[in-house]
Design a protein around this ligand. Sequence first.
Ligand SMILES: Cc1cc2nc3c(=O)[nH]c(=O)nc-3n(C[C@H](O)[C@H](O)[C@H](O)COP(=O)(O)O)c2cc1C
Length: 197
Amino acid sequence: MDRRTFLSSVVMAGGATLLVASQGNALRFFPHTGKQKWAVLFGSRYGAARDASIWISEGMGGIADVFDARENPDLSSFEAVVVGSGIYMGKIDKPLDGYLAKNAPHFSSRIKALFIVCGAGDTPRGQGFLEGLTKACGVKPPLTKVFPGRLTRRLLNAEDYKVEEGVAKRRNQPYEDYDRLQRKDCLTFGEETLAKG
Ligand SMILES: Cc1cc2nc3c(=O)[nH]c(=O)nc-3n(C[C@H](O)[C@H](O)[C@H](O)COP(=O)(O)O)c2cc1C
């Protein structure tokens, strides 16, 4: 194989990898068979909404497949969907928002629950963030939840680091990590969702 052929096959292999990723791989940890096919779709910059999604699935007995909106998953085969997002400057996750703009009309009738993960937690301000998610989904299901999130400064990109530094300064608070997301709350929400959804 000459150099050019080798390089083009590497590019093709890379393309194939991207293609697989764009079809969306579910995070399957404890796949059990449920009566309904459940999916949990999340948008997360720094992992709290992803962890909440996995724990919500665990609360359902591990029957839900968990999908990152960045992977552009195909949810057409799922009968029931839960959607959740982190909050950044008052808004839901951008890739999730883009995914919902394109795809929510196809599955909004199957959305059973929504959740938010944010610094404000379950306060009136935190509850207000549900509005952005209901708008993006085109539906407000009876089951909604706002979980308190977490901040891990070493994970933040430079812009986000500055934003959060400014927030701490304005509030006259020390700029430090916090971790308020509780697994048991997510398990309970998963259990409730499965029971009522
Ligand atoms: C750049 C940035 C902006 C944020 N803006 C808000 C906000 O407007 N309101 C809020 O309650 N929390 C805000 N937070 C806190 C996040 O919602 C919280 O860290 C959440 O856990 C993020 O979810 P994720 O870990 O799934 O990305 C912000 C965090 C970052 C990094």
